[in-house]
Design a protein around this ligand. Structure first.
Ligand code: AMP
Ligand code: FE
Ligand code: FE
Ligand code: ZN
Length: 280
């Protein structure tokens, strides 16, 4: 069902070319608007660079853009990604931290390119950079380069066989722990929510630790969640006083995944998140 038919007007998790999405910020907003979205968080990985362009497009198209970012972390907790809402793209000290994270992304991708070359899957760093078009570098750009070279049958196969954790070309991230990511968002006046909790290892143990440093939300509504996972997130939200958030995590890469506005997010979510600004 598409967003207009379903009436899904809020999408709090989207990516553009400023990180590993395939569309420009303006084009992501255009597509969201065409699908009935009226409130959209642009949540590029480690970057706020697309917010100004998205906001300008949003003004023309009647879409309210919430400035956001998604911080992918490194720890024993699996893929714990922290979304930060209502952060200020003009905050220079936050930008310094995000730049450090982006630089680390670049070094990590260089190391992965070296590994791929040594493994007999030659890709050129220059081509990976071209694919990324200046956005925060990530494994999706490598996946596309591998696919173009014919080393893998599909974008997803690149992850399955080479790029996923414990795969031959994987290199660990140098970055923040989940606790540090939540703290960073809070220190800069943002409202943190734990993204796609289904990818976290040890969720029930991690959540109270993150709540203690200011976690305010949990992404209960997410395309890849089973009904049971959504129910589990909603139960955790109730128990820990978290706001249930949700979004498509649209990247525009690969053939599947949720399209913009493809996930139900309750209308009161924005107000509830806003009420958590400035306090843990
Ligand atoms: P990175 O931040 O460079 O480690 O890349 C992580 C990003 O890769 C995530 O944000 C997703 O966009 C994408 N990703 C992670 N795992 C997969 C997978 N198994 N298949 C396709 N895309 C994935
Ligand atoms: Fe991504
Ligand atoms: Fe994520
Ligand atoms: Zn995401």
């Amino acid at each position: 069902m598409d967003a207009i038919a379903a009436g899904y007007t809020i999408d709090l998790h989207t990516h553009s070319l400023r990180s590993d999405g395939a569309l420009s910020p303006a084009d992501v907003v255009k597509r969201a608007a065409a699908r009935g979205v009226t409130i959209q968080a642009l949540s590029d990985h480690d970057s706020l660079a697309g917010v100004a362009e998205a906001s300008a497009a949003g003004r023309d198209l009647g879409v309210r853009i919430i400035p956001a970012t998604e911080l992918n972390t490194e720890s024993e907790w699996g893929d714990a990604h922290v979304l930060g809402y209502f952060i200020d793209p003009a905050d220079g000290s936050l930008e310094d931290r995000l730049r450090w994270l982006r630089e680390n992304r670049g070094r990590r991708i260089e190391l992965m390119v070296e590994k791929l070359n040594a493994l007999g899957y030659p890709v050129e760093l220059a081509r990976v950079l071209e694919i990324a078009q200046g956005g925060a570098l990530g494994r999706p750009h490598l996946a596309q380069a591998l696919f173009e070279k014919g080393h893998v049958r599909s974008y997803d196969a690149a992850f399955d066989t080479l790029l996923a954790k414990d795969s031959p070309a994987y290199v660990e991230r140098v970055g923040l722990t989940p606790t540090e990511a939540v703290t960073l968002i809070r220190e800069h006046g943002g409202v943190p929510s734990l993204a796609h909790p289904g990818t976290v290892v040890g969720l029930d143990e991690l959540l109270p630790k993150l709540v203690a440093v200011g976690l305010a939300g949990i992404e209960a509504y997410y395309g890849a969640h089973s009904p049971e996972m959504t129910a589990r997130c909603l139960a955790s939200a109730r128990a820990l006083g978290l706001v249930p958030t949700g979004g498509s995590d649209f990247h525009g890469r690969g053939e599947h995944g949720t399209d913009l506005g493809g996930v139900f997010v309750p209308p009161e979510t924005i107000e509830r998140l806003e009420s958590r600004r400035g306090r843990a």
